[in-house]
Every structure is written in C-alpha cells, then in structure tokens.
Design a protein around this ligand. Structure first.
Ligand code: DLL
Length: 450
C-alpha cells in the first residue's frame, strides 16, 4: 500500500489521469476538510439534541451540551449509539423529522425481534445518490455505462442505493435485483453491461452459473468494473472473482443505519476504501473499553453522520472491525481510507483462545486445489470448548476418491495459517447453499444464552 507522497498524489490528481465525481471535495486539503467536518458535526449534534429525545436524554445524562462540541476531538464526549437503540425506539422514535416530512423508509429484515427502520428526507436521498455516484466513479464507472444492478431491491438499501447512484452518475441502470441467475447472465451479455453491482458471494454465483451455461463472461460481454460489498470478503475472493468474471473488483461499504451503500468505497487502486469524510466522521475504538484507537490500529468502526437530516447518528457503533489510514492514496483523494472490513464483532469466533473471522478462513480456502470457494462454518460446543467444522465443496470434476487427501490439505493449511484445528466435511457441487444477497457463512449450533 501507498508509498505515494502527498506531492506525487497531487501531481497525479492534477494530471487529469484520475476521474472524480467532485474533484474539489474529493481532493480537499485535510485541514479544510476538518473545518468542514466540525461545522457539520456541530449542526448534526444540534439537530439530534433538539429533535431526538433519546440523544437529548443521553447527552444530558453525560453532562454534554451541543455547545460543548468545539473541536472534532470533542466528539469523544458524546455517548455512543447502538443498533438496539433503533429497535427499542421502533419504528420512528429516533427520527429527527416528523414522518410526513420524509421521502423514504428502509428496514433491515431483523432475524430476531423487530427490524431496524431508517428514514430519509428528500435531501438525504439526494446526498446518498451523490455519494453513490462518487463511489461508482472512484471505482471506474463512467456516465453512459450500463450498470447491471443485482443488489436486492426493496427494504434492503443495496438495490435502490446503487440504482439512484448510477442514475445520478449518468449511467444506464438495469434494475435486476437478485435471483434468476441465468437471465441475469443473458442480459449482462446482451445489454453489454460494463459495471456489475452485487454482493461478492452472488458475483461468484453468477460466475459459476455462467460457466455451467458455457458463457465466458471474460470474453462475451463488456464487464470491466464490479462494485461488491454488503458482506465481508477476502483479498483471495477478490482475485477469484476478477479471474472468473474478467473485471476489476472494487470493495464498497455501507450500512443502513448510517445511510446504505456508499459510506466508503475503494478507488481504482483497490487499496482500502475512501471514507467520504465530508459526510461522515470516522473513529476506531477499542471494542472492550470504548476508548479511541490511533490510526492504523484495528478496532471497531464508529461513525457519526454529518449531513443526515432525518436520522442523525451520533457515534454509531457499527460492530465492524477495521483500521483507518491517512496515508496519501495514489489517486489524490484526501479522504482517509478504511482498510477492508475483516468481519463483525458478532461474527468473531473464539476457538480455543484464537480469535477468527470467517473471512480469514475464506482467504485460506479460496484457491486451494480440489475445492470450490463455496463454504459454511458450523460452530458447535464440545464440552466447554468451541469447535469449527468447515463444510466446503469439492471442485467440479474432482473424484470422491481424492476428497480425503483434499480435506487433509485444508486442515493443514487452516492450522498452519490461522492456528486452529478444524474438521472438514467435503460436499459435492451445489450442496452448499448459494447466496443471492448476503451469504450465510456461519451456522452456529452452540447453545444460546448464558
Ligand atoms: O449491506 C449496505 C450495502 C449494500 C453496502 C450494498 C454495500 C453494498 P446493511 O444491510 O445495513 O447495509 O448491512 C451493513 O454489512 O455493518 C457490515 O457488517 C456489512 N458490510 C457492508 N459492506 C461491507 C463490506 C448494507 N464492503 C453491514 N465489507 C455492515 C464487509 C460489509 N462488510
């Protein structure tokens, strides 16, 4: 990553080799960006304090008034907000605007209890579309491109988020949603899509189905750029998808509580995701103590919105584990980068004292001979210890007689690279469920509760 100096980055930026959606904002000197952030932070805190009883009560309890936020560092005086706050104030209790002043609602499906509901004013939607257009441009999409959007449409923010971003960019959107994979492939080829938007696991499923249909998407069709996100994925998976689809796979991050997709996105250098700091304030904290961690250290990402009207969020604990870097990027953008989100705090497995994220196991699996990168981890309690079984598919055409040797190789690699002992169950092609959206990577069979 980035041995580029600020001067080199600036020269590149001025040379016109890089395309920006809004060059002035994207390359704004950091001192000016911080002035803008502080002004917007103060307005956001004011909006939250005045209009959201929960934020007012929490700030009063902490003895903080909006006027106490005089520097960006003072953000650390504000109490955190967590996902259960949204559930506890279901459906509209955290909105800073009356519901009839809003233009749209989205919600998470919520496997347990109530869904989390988020709302947007027309202004919020416009800023979201602009940030998605900015993200798409940074990934390499251009006005006039055909954008095949396979993110799910509906309450999930992926579909409509990418849709309006592509329109704002001046691209031509194909609003596919997930599913009907064969039809998706036919349309990608027939319409000449240059940009594919999907979860990485669904992108891989598209590659696989295309191969079984005898369609080589690297040759037929015009795919050049993929914006993949909504779930953790590894560098190894990126290389696999790029090789099989013949495109540049770019990581895009976001969450509905903060906005949706487009909170951060990689540029064409694929070296971490620029967090759009004119609209969000990013912190990384120690998940145990809640104390801020310096740039470069891994921890939980905490985001404060700076321009949201309907749902201002103060120090939202994302549960996502990542690192921040303000090293200059070769593209000339000055917005700090979030390094790949390795996983969520909630998904972290502690196997005999070793902390493991599913994406780390994925990184080992992808590319090993004899298997396909379709997997699920089954976690069980054996006695007082947690145990992981990796269910992974054999590569198409690999004879069952080879499977024991393949499984032994997987066990060995996982042990030597991650340090945990696992069991492997080899599955035949198609046995591991394919995702059309976010893949289910873990089946947790451990007893619930204390
Ligand atoms: O997944 C928004 C989105 C849609 C992002 C399309 C990117 C592309 P939620 O359903 O609210 O929103 O889920 C948010 O998904 O807290 C992360 O745990 C995870 N996530 C999202 N993007 C990434 C990524 C959308 N690029 C949750 N890498 C977040 C790793 C991601 N995890």
């Amino acid at each position: 990553m980035g041995a580029t100096t600020r001067t080199e980055a600036g020269q590149l930026a001025r040379s016109g080799q890089v395309r920006y959606h809004d060059r002035e904002v994207e390359t704004m000197p950091r001192d000016r960006l911080r002035v803008l952030q502080l002004e917007r932070l103060r307005a956001t805190v004011d909006n939250a304090y005045r209009n959201v009883p929960l934020h007012r009560a929490r700030m009063d309890a902490a003895g903080v008034k909006p006027s106490d936020i005089r520097t960006l560092e003072h953000v650390a005086r504000l109490p955190f907000t967590v996902k259960t706050d949204l559930r506890d104030h279901y459906p509209f209790g955290m909105f800073a605007r009356p519901v009839d002043a809003l233009a749209r609602l989205h919600a998470s499906s919520g496997t347990t209890g109530k869904p989390t509901v988020v709302g947007y004013t027309a202004g919020d939607l416009d800023r979201w579309a602009t940030l998605m257009a900015r993200s798409m441009t940074s990934a390499g999409a251009r006005p006039g491109d055909i954008v095949h959007n396979a993110y799910g449409y509906g309450l999930f923010t992926g579909g409509l988020g990418a849709h309006y971003g592509a329109e704002k960019l001046g691209a031509v959107v194909v609003p596919m949603s997930g599913g009907s994979t064969e039809r998706q492939i036919a349309l990608i080829v027939d319409f000449g899509a240059r940009v594919l938007c999907a979860t990485p696991s669904y992108a891989l499923a598209i590659a696989e189905v295309a191969e079984t249909m005898g369609v080589d998407l690297r040759k037929s069709g015009k795919l050049a750029v993929g914006l993949f996100g909504a779930e953790p994925w590894s560098e190894a998976m990126r290389r696999e998808i790029e090789a099989r689809l013949g495109l540049k796979a770019v990581d895009i991050y976001g969450l509905s509580e903060i906005m949706g997709p487009g909170v951060a996105c990689e540029c064409e250098h694929q070296a971490g995701l620029h967090g759009w700091e004119d609209h969000f304030l990013f912190e990384v904290i120690d998940p145990e103590t809640g104390k801020p961690r310096p740039d470069g250290e891994a921890g939980e990402l905490v985001i404060t919105t700076l321009t949201k009207e309907a749902l201002p969020m103060l120090r939202y604990r994302t549960r996502d584990i990542t690192r921040l870097t303000d090293e200059p990027c070769a593209c000339g953008r000055t917005h700090r980068r979030i390094l790949r989100v390795t996983g969520r705090n909630d998904d972290m497995l502690i196997i005999r004292g070793v902390n493991v994220y599913p994406s780390q196991i994925e990184a080992v699996l992808v590319g090993l001979p004899g298997i396909s990168p379709h997997y699920q981890l089954v976690v069980e309690r054996r006695g007082s210890l947690d145990h992981v079984t990796i269910e992974v598919e054999a590569a198409p055409g690999s004879p069952a007689s080879d499977w024991p040797e393949t499984a032994a190789r997987v066990v060995h690699h996982v042990k030597s690279l991650i340090g945990i002992t696992t069991d492997i169950v080899m599955k035949s092609v198609g046995e591991v469920p394919r995702s059309q959206g976010k893949a289910v990577r873990v089946r947790d069979l451990r007893p619930k509760g204390p």
